[in-house]
Design a protein around this ligand. Structure first.
Ligand SMILES: NC(=O)c1ccc[n+]([C@@H]2O[C@H](COP(=O)([O-])OP(=O)(O)OC[C@H]3O[C@@H](n4cnc5c(N)ncnc54)[C@H](OP(=O)(O)O)[C@@H]3O)[C@@H](O)[C@H]2O)c1
Length: 540
């Protein structure tokens, strides 16, 4: 309260909070969601001279970090930002100023030198509570209601968790600089990191530590953009589990906050929450259910359908295995893809494989005994005539996939590389075109992207498998050709929802996505025919 009248008095008060909390010994820490305010409740014990232990409940506010950093985590040079990126400043302002409740503000927490690096006419940062950390108390600032000085990170977080600020401040953002972030970036109270990743080399003299990837997972990453010759992307990481804090009493370590403690990731600002790429898929379901055209498809099933849509997935940091629907069987997705890309086109599907990816074995068998082989044939062979399951195709036509890999290997930026799934010279294709038409690959700046075109797709059951399967194919080809995966774009002709699936899909729409998993491909393998399931590791 007094803080708002005089920064000097404010400094005194927060300093006092800090000193007194230093006398407490940390006993146990639990993350919890208290009203709208993410806090840590710290059970601290003060040990008196007589050996008595008094237990106090000290709450600390959780926060999110916002920073721009180079690959080697450089953030500043000569007390300033070493780049001019208007889009980054715009993102920073939007993220730190916007609240979902218009009666609330956000707080920005910064080191004294960062405060002083803000041009006088722009400070305090408007519309936000500016919390400046200083041990010395030597801060150039005019009196203002929007500025609070604190003597430590802990005292600032305790102050922001107090009843005065907890309900008035929606989110707390730690915005730098180096000294503060060296202690704050991976600390247990940090629940998300919004980082503008600068991909080009820029000379810096202030550095922060790397993000601890055993604690954080990417939630969203934008495609890279170039501004003032600097390539950068906006990435958000969310905390999945807490660091192993040492338990002072026992000397043991304990997980204090794993993913199960977060009922969902709705602590993220709406602007970021809705950027999770699974929402592209969920929005398509929503659109078909609410405005799709009713039809009866050729097998007599009632469907809702929508013509012409597009979905885009960024493969650079995570793998688009959807998290809100029924469990996707990763082993089957890998096994089916390996069956499709490997060996002879006539190879039968192993009987233990009950596939989903390619429309389901049972469905294929209903149509024609060897239809699964035709399916594989269409994906792998070009200009060969289909002569049944047992025919030998190796000496006929071309292996499409090897042609694709050969073209990509030539490393021509922007080369047109197309995997045609249907061959128009095939009378069966002319009569009944397959749902999969073609996949186009594109190389740019060391990244391999894929654009797929499907004539029709069942959004509820098929799409999650198709996306995972083509994402895996793109990652696999990128891996064998020495590129990194870029984007996967899917263009759908007719996207449909079976009426029988509407209820479970509505249930699915009520769930929030979780961070996508991360794919690692065995770095020792490079021959496309040599991969086995164990060469693909999906973490998280
Ligand atoms: N790229 C980005 O996103 C970004 C963001 C912000 C800043 N920056 C850059 O980072 C550089 C500034 O960083 P810096 O490391 O030199 O300084 P800083 O972290 O901004 O400020 C350091 C000062 O803040 C106070 N302080 C820091 N941690 C504290 C704590 N835990 N408790 C109490 N006081 C604390 C101390 O002030 P006293 O000395 O008064 O005690 C300390 O000397 C500049 O180049 C700036 O442009 C970059």
């Amino acid at each position: 309260m007094v803080l708002l009248f005089s920064h000097k008095v404010g400094f005194f008060i927060t300093n006092f909070v800090s000193r007194s909390s230093n006398r407490f010994r940390l006993r146990n820490v639990v993350a919890k969601h208290k009203s709208s305010c993410w806090q840590y409740s710290v059970m601290a014990s003060k040990i008196g001279g007589d050996g008595d232990v008094n237990v106090h409940d000290v709450s600390k506010r959780c926060y999110q970090v916002v920073v721009a950093a180079t690959r080697d985590m450089g953030i500043g040079k000569d007390g300033k930002l070493p780049w001019k990126l208007p889009s980054d400043l715009k993102f920073f302002k939007e993220l730190t100023s916007t609240t979902s409740d218009t009666r609330k503000k956000n707080a920005v927490l910064m080191g004294r030198k960062t405060w002083e690096s803000i041009p006088l006419q722009f400070r305090p940062l408007p519309g936000r509570l500016n919390v400046v950390l200083t041990r010395s108390g030597r801060v150039e600032t005019k009196l203002s209601e929007d500025v609070v000085l604190c003597a430590s990170r802990a005292s600032a977080l305790e102050l922001l968790a107090s009843s005065r600020y907890c309900s008035a401040i929606e989110n707390v953002f730690v915005i730098g600089g180096g000294q503060l972030l060296r202690e704050a970036l991976n600390a247990p109270e940090c629940v998300a990191i919004h980082i503008t990743e600068i991909e080009d080399h820029v000379d810096c003299d202030t550095f922060i530590p790397s993000i601890d990837m055993s604690l954080f997972r990417p939630w969203y990453t934008s495609p890279p953009t170039v501004e003032n010759d600097i390539r950068h992307s906006f990435v958000t990481y969310v905390r999945m589990r807490d660091s192993q804090l040492e338990h002072p009493a026992s000397g043991r370590t304990a997980d204090i906050c794993d993913a199960s403690n977060f009922r969902s990731f709705d602590f993220l600002p709406k602007l970021i929450l809705e950027r999770h790429e699974e929402f592209v898929y969920l929005n398509l379901i929503q659109e078909i259910i609410s405005s799709g055209k009713h039809k009866i498809e050729r097998r007599g099933t009632d469907i809702l359908s929508k013509f012409s849509s597009q979905m885009r997935f960024n493969l650079r940091k995570y793998f688009p295995l959807f998290t809100t629907g029924k469990e996707l069987l990763w082993g089957e997705i890998v096994e089916e893809l390996l069956w499709l890309v490997g060996g002879s086109a006539g190879a039968k599907v192993p009987p233990e494989m009950i596939g989903h990816t390619w429309g389901g074995r049972e469905h294929l068998k209903r149509e024609e005994d060897d239809s699964e082989v035709i399916f594989k044939f269409r994906h792998t062979q070009l200009c060969a005539r289909y002569e049944g399951v047992h025919a030998e195709y190796k000496s006929q036509g071309f292996d499409k996939l090897l042609m694709v890999i050969d073209k990509i290997n030539k490393r021509l930026d922007g080369a047109l590389v197309i995997l045609l799934v249907c061959d128009p010279s095939d009378p069966k294709v002319r009569e009944c075109p397959p749902a999969y038409t073609f996949a186009q690959f594109y190389v740019e700046k060391g990244e391999l992207s894929c654009h797929i075109c499907w004539a029709s797709a069942d959004v509820g059951h098929g799409i999650p498998y198709y996306i995972a399967s083509y994402a895996l194919l793109t990652c696999l080809i990128a891996h064998v050709c020495g590129f990194v995966p870029g984007d996967l774009t899917a263009v759908l002709g007719e996207a449909s929802v079976h009426e029988a699936h509407i209820k479970p899909l509505q249930e699915q729409l009520r769930r929030y996505p979780k961070p996508f998993p991360i794919l690692r491909v065995n770095p020792r393998k490079k021959d496309i025919d040599s991969f086995v399931e164990a060469d693909f590791e999906l973490t998280n």
